[in-house]
Design a binder for this molecule. Structure first.
Ligand SMILES: Nc1ncnc2c1ncn2[C@@H]1O[C@H](COP(=O)(O)OP(=O)(O)OP(=O)(O)O)[C@@H](O)[C@H]1O
Length: 253
C-alpha cells in the first residue's frame, strides 16, 4: 500500500533520516524511538507533507509526489502531534473537514459525508462535544477531534503522530481498540508512540534510532531487553506481574 524506498532527509546540518526503506500494508504498526530519532520526519514524508531529499514514496505503486493533494487526501489521513485547530469552528465542522478531499472546495456535503462524520465522532467519543467551539476544548478533547477528523476521511491509510499524548488511560485504551479494528478491516495504520507497552498491542513494531531502522518485527521479537536497552539505555526496568504480564517502566536514577 505504502512503500518507502531509501528515504534520506536532513535539516541544514542535521541528518534526520539516513536511508529508510519500509513497506506498510494492512495492519497496525507502531513506531518507537528516542527523541529526535526521525519518527515525525518519517511520518510527514510518508504522508506527503514533506518531500524527502533522497528516495521516494510509493502509494498503491504510484509515486506519492506525482499525486495531487486531493488524491493523497482521499488515501492518507494524518493526525499531527499537535498544532492548532481552526478557530471559530465547532467540533462537527472540524470533523467534516476530513471529508474535504471527497467534496472539493465547492462541493455540498451529502448523506454519505454526514454518516462518515457521525461514525467518526462516535468512534472518537466526541459526540457530546458536537456543537462546542474547538478553541474551548481541553488538550485531550482536541486530540480526539483530530482523530475523528482523520477517521471521517475513511482513508485506507491512517498515519498518527503520538495521538495518545494528551489522552487519559481510558481514552488511550479506546484509541488502541479503534485502531486495531481499523487494521482488522484492512486499513494500513501507522502510529508513532513513546510507550513501549502501547506498542505491544501492534502487529508490527519498528524502532528508529539516529535516523535508521534498528529493529522491525512483531512485538514479541522487538520489545526485548536488548532492543529496549539500545533505545533507552539503563533508564528503564522491566517488571513482571505474577500472571506473567511484563511491562517496561522508567527507573528513577
Ligand atoms: N524543522 C526542523 N528544522 C531543523 N531541524 C529539525 C526540524 N524538524 C526536526 N528537526 C531535527 O531532525 C531530527 C529528527 O526530528 P523528528 O522530529 O523527526 O524526531 P522524533 O523522533 O519525532 O522526535 P520526538 O520523539 O522528540 O518527537 C531532530 O534532530 C530534530 O532536531
Amino acid at each position: 500500500m505504502l512503500r518507502l524506498e531509501g528515504i534520506w532527509h536532513r535539516y541544514g546540518a542535521i541528518e534526520a533520516l539516513r536511508g529508510v526503506s519500509l513497506e506498510w500494508g494492512p495492519g497496525l504498526t507502531m513506531v518507537l524511538g528516542p527523541n529526535g530519532s526521525g519518527k515525525t520526519t518519517l511520518l510527514r514524508i510518508a504522508a506527503g507533507l514533506v518531500a524527502p531529499l533522497g528516495g521516494r514514496v510509493l502509494l498503491q505503486g504510484r509515486p506519492l509526489a506525482r499525486q495531487t493533494g486531493w488524491q493523497r487526501g482521499r488515501l492518507i489521513a494524518y493526525v499531527p502531534q499537535d498544532g492548532p485547530l481552526p478557530e471559530g469552528m465547532t467540533v462537527y465542522q472540524v470533523v467534516m473537514l476530513g471529508r474535504l478531499p471527497h467534496l472539493g472546495w465547492l462541493g455540498a456535503e451529502g448523506q454519505e459525508d454526514v454518516r462518515a462524520v457521525q461514525e467518526a465522532m462516535h468512534l472518537a467519543s466526541v459526540e457530546a462535544l458536537r456543537d462546542r467551539p474547538v478553541q474551548e476544548l481541553s488538550g485531550g478533547e482536541r486530540q480526539r477531534v483530530r482523530i475523528a477528523r482523520a477517521l471521517s476521511t475513511r482513508a485506507p491509510v491512517l498515519l498518527l503522530d503520538e495521538p495518545e499524548s494528551h489522552l487519559d488511560l481510558s481514552h488511550q485504551s479506546a484509541l488502541a481498540g479503534i485502531l486495531r479494528r481499523q487494521a482488522v478491516e484492512g486499513h494500513t495504520v501507522v502510529m508513532v508512540v513513546h510507550d513501549p507497552n502501547l506498542a505491544a498491542l501492534a502487529d508490527r513494531v519498528i524502532v528508529l534510532a539516529g535516523g535508521r531502522v534498528v529493529a522491525d518485527g512483531p512485538p514479541a521479537h522487538v520489545l526485548v531487553d536488548r532492543v529496549m536497552a539500545a533505545i533507552y539505555g539503563d533508564g528503564f526496568r522491566i517488571v513482571q506481574a505474577h500472571d506473567g504480564l511484563r511491562a517496561v517502566v522508567p527507573s528513577a536514577g
